[in-house]
Design a protein around this ligand. Structure first.
Ligand code: ADP
Ligand code: MG
Length: 628
């Protein structure tokens, strides 16, 4: 009989090292992890047996069995589920498959204390057995196969895999307990742990085998029980099991739909961001059951991608049991369930968002998942209004998040648009020259910093008849808006004189700009760039270029100048002088480049910029009045 010796993936070794040395106080969670795996394995067999009944025919009563052997000092967690083949053993128990766990390992700091608290938060699945084990042995046989396998490891970097004879279908995980961990052989201790963490498991969890076996749990699917009989603790443990999340659920949505369509749904909104939230596949992880039989967690059409942070189960009474995963695509029952789920979840979120006392937690929810929810603004036309009401934004109004209702309530007389600015960073946005005039008039501007913002802003035209308008695009329309306090009219040169300077700039800059205009939105800065109405907003263009969705050529921008600014006033005066065009050319280019820099755009000619700047600095330092 051959025995293969293999090394754990480096991340697993690192993880095991921490697990083995951890002083984590709740070591007992290892049992929850192993029972959870056993339950998953039985679910998977039950599904496979729908089309291949022979897979489970010889031993159809799926169950989980704990066997405590005081003499051998071993605790065995056995299931008669799907089992593992040789390659499963190597892949599943030798590497880290779950993205969450991989991300978890990457967060490990090497500081034992911090790392241990992370273990508590995330759980480490199968590997947690090494918290209490000197050695773990896995005996397993895949349903439908005849060859059994033995996996063995002391958790020190390597494991062995060898053929094993007379292995029953399913998996037995034999834990050789460490000195001092004998408590996990005691019935009352095991019973307490199962009650605490695994009572929701729908299969019987037995202690002992044969006649004396005792069932430790209620063995009915949690979501089928009446709400009033389920404690918060049980919901939480179920969430951990079904969602592989180790935070607490923030919102639990449990209901039974009756009528034309019957289904039970138990969904959770996590309180922390799952690691794969921004995975480009955008898949959700809600499990679909049909009459208590697990079907798949890949029923794509069950939830829209913008709700992919939800965890939980949906159990349908209407779908056929032998529904294949392929049949689920474009299935009308599934799509009607989806409509119901979305309505219900958004409804419950709306209740939270309306609850003034829950404002802080709702804000945290939005910080976690808002960027994902906003995808719904352009993907789910039907629920757009609800989503707009649920949405929260940063704004110039203050540090907190604001709703669109709040915003509209604060709009000024004469203001007919919801103003916004998009960018990467709130602090940078707050300093944008384009905001100056809005700030001066007390007009609130939304500060949008999620990449998705560009896309919904382009798709959603208005909220309550107020259109969305970027402050870096088109005319500012500020003159129509009454300021909260009367504003002193700044001193400006005569319009005709300003026009001369504008014409001079236009001639000089030529094709480099789309236009040169007098600005309504600047108060402190001399110049800024804006996108012309109908052109792509500047931040969106940069974003697309970063993602190689746009070629090199930049759309031309409008250069706005502020006639109330000291420098511009001087230039206006000089522009009338003969020969001004050639003398002021460098100034025009410098001002344009400066506006580009403030906007975060690249300079097309950095050398030209620095040559001009150096020339002006040289003249400028003469004016410093220092004795040389
Ligand atoms: P997770 O359960 O989150 O996938 P685990 O570390 O708990 O992560 O388990 C890793 C994998 O090992 C499982 O996904 C499964 O494929 C396999 N596995 C673990 N325990 C069993 C079992 N009792 N029966 C069948 N497969 C199992
Ligand atoms: Mg697991």
């Amino acid at each position: 009989m051959t025995e293969e010796r293999l090394s754990f993936q480096a991340e697993v070794s690192r993880l095991l090292d921490i697990v083995a040395h951890s002083l984590y106080s709740e070591k007992e969670v290892f049992l929850r992890e192993l029972i959870s795996n056993a339950s998953d394995a039985c679910d998977r067999l039950r599904y496979a047996a729908l089309t291949q009944p022979e897979l489970s025919a010889d031993d159809p009563n799926l169950a989980i069995t704990l066997i405590a052997d005081a003499e051998a000092k071993t605790l065995t967690v056995a299931d008669n589920g799907i089992g593992m083949g040789r390659q499963n053993l190597i892949d599943d128990l030798g590497t880290i498959a779950r993205s969450g766990t991989a991300a978890f390992v990457n967060q490990l700091s090497g500081d034992a204390r911090k790392d241990v608290s992370l273990i508590g938060q995330f759980g480490v699945g199968f590997y947690s057995a090494f918290m209490v084990a000197t050695k773990v042995e896995v005996l397993t046989r895949r349903a439908g196969e005849t060859q059994g396998w033995r996996w063995l490891s002391d958790g020190q970097g390597e494991f062995t895999v060898s053929e094993a004879e007379d292995v029953a279908r399913g998996t037995r995980v034999v834990i050789h307990l460490r000195e001092g961990d004998g408590e996990y052989l005691e019935e009352h201790r095991l019973r307490a742990i199962v009650t605490k963490y695994s009572d929701h498991i729908a299969l019987p969890i037995r202690l002992g085998s044969g006649e004396d076996a005792k069932v430790l749990n209620r063995a009915s699917a949690l979501w089928t029980r009446p709400k009033s009989e389920i404690t918060a603790e049980q919901y939480k443990e179920f969430y951990h099991h079904v969602g592989h999340g180790f935070d607490d659920p923030w919102l639990t949505v449990h209901w039974r739909a009756e009528g034309k369509l019957e289904y039970t749904s138990l969904l959770f909104v996590p309180s922390m961001k799952p690691f794969d939230l921004f995975d480009p596949k955008r898949v959700h992880r809600v499990k679909l059951y049909v009459r208590r039989v697990f079907i798949t967690e890949e029923a794509e059409g069950l939830l829209p991608p913008y709700l992919r942070f939800l965890r939980g189960v949906v159990d349908s009474e209407d779908l056929p049991l032998n529904v294949s995963r392929e049949m689920l695509q474009n299935n009308p029952v599934v799509s009607r369930i989806k409509t119901g789920l979305v309505r219900r979840v958004l409804g419950d979120l709306a209740k939270k968002s309306d609850d003034a006392e829950a404002a802080a937690e709702y804000a945290t929810f939005w910080e976690n998942f808002g960027a994902v929810m906003k995808e719904g603004l352009y993907e789910d036309f039907e629920n757009r209004d609800t989503l707009l009401k649920l949405a929260r934004f940063q704004s110039t109004h203050g540090d907190g998040l604001v709703s669109l209702e709040d915003y509209v309530g604060r709009m000024k007389e004469g203001q007919d648009a919801i103003f916004l600015i998009t960018g990467d960073d709130r602090e940078v946005l707050l300093k944008s020259p384009q905001l100056e005039g809005f700030k001066a008039r007390g007009v609130e501007v939304l500060l949008l910093t999620d990449p998705v913002d560009e896309f919904w802003v382009a798709a959603v035209s208005s909220f309550k008849d107020k259109s969305f308008k970027s402050v870096t695009k088109g005319g500012a329309d500020l003159a129509k808006i009454k300021p909260s306090e009367p504003q002193p009219e700044p001193e400006k040169p005569a319009e005709g004189d300003v026009a001369t300077l504008v014409a001079l700039f236009k001639t000089t800059l030529g094709d480099a700009v789309k236009d040169v205009r007098v600005s309504e939105r600047l108060t402190d800065s001399a110049v800024c760039l804006v996108a012309d109405d109908g052109d792509m907003d500047m931040h969106l263009e940069r974003l697309l270029r970063q993602h190689k969705q746009l070629g090199a050529g930049m759309a031309k921008r409008v250069l706005e100048i502020n006639p109330a600014h000291g420098l511009i006033k001087r230039l206006v005066a000089l522009a009338k002088a003969p020969g001004a065009a050639s003398s002021l050319a460098d100034v025009a280019w410098l001002l344009l480049d400066q506006a580009r820099i403030v906007e975060g755009e690249q300079l097309p000619d950095p050398t030209g910029f620095s040559r001009r700047l150096a020339a002006f600095l040289e003249r400028g330092v003469c004016d410093l009045g220092l004795a040389a």
